[in-house]
Design a protein around this ligand. Sequence first.
Ligand SMILES: [Zn+2]
Ligand SMILES: [Zn+2]
Length: 247
Amino acid sequence: MKNKLLEHLSRLLLIDNDRCPVCKKILWKKEAYLCDQCLRELPKNDARTCRRCGRPLSSDDADLCSACRDDAKRPIDRGWVWLVYGRAAEQIAAGFKFNYQKTLAYWAGAQMAQDLADCPWMAEVDALIPVPLHPNRLSERGYNQSEQLAAGIASGLNERGIEITLDVERLKRVVDTPHQLGQPAAFRLKNVKNAFDVVDPERVYGKRIALVDDVMTTGATLDACAAALKQAGAADVAVITFAAVPS
Ligand SMILES: [Zn+2]
Ligand SMILES: [Zn+2]
């Protein structure tokens, strides 16, 4: 009887003993996904950012990050990054990328939308397109974390009166590229070039698209997606990322 009562009480107060993905503290029921302290201390990307892709700048950079400086013809027109990549962003992204926490990605997207609603060009975007996974990777993981992020963003923005279409059919990953993690920049670029196809290109013709991805490292994947969309006639391609490695 006593045990039952204890179990009931702990169920009432805790989410099945879920832990904060950043500090590993047991979460209280009111703390969905992240503990209050880690949520407050998230490293938002609100200092100087690249005027093209949104990446956090280093003190040596003027107004462009090194990637945008090195390639003046980058197919990315604008960008918005939620977090500066570091331990916190890494732990959360690991949760929704490798630990099968599908709803954590959706929650992160909804959190992003609260800040993204203030982004001046957001209301002009016609469609959100998540960076797709190859079908092999999709069946491995069971979901696409970028699609979950994008779904959370779309619903969060809609709640704030910004109507935006989520288009998960438009972009296809046609090459099953090896894992990018820990690979040098040149390898990453070659690895993903021509890895993406646009389905029914007339659907993006003349449209303003925002690509959604989890982590921007070199930006090679986003560049490849943006290039495919531009080739299909997209008028403007923005990138929205959960976190980006500083320039
Ligand atoms: Zn925490
Ligand atoms: Zn940049």
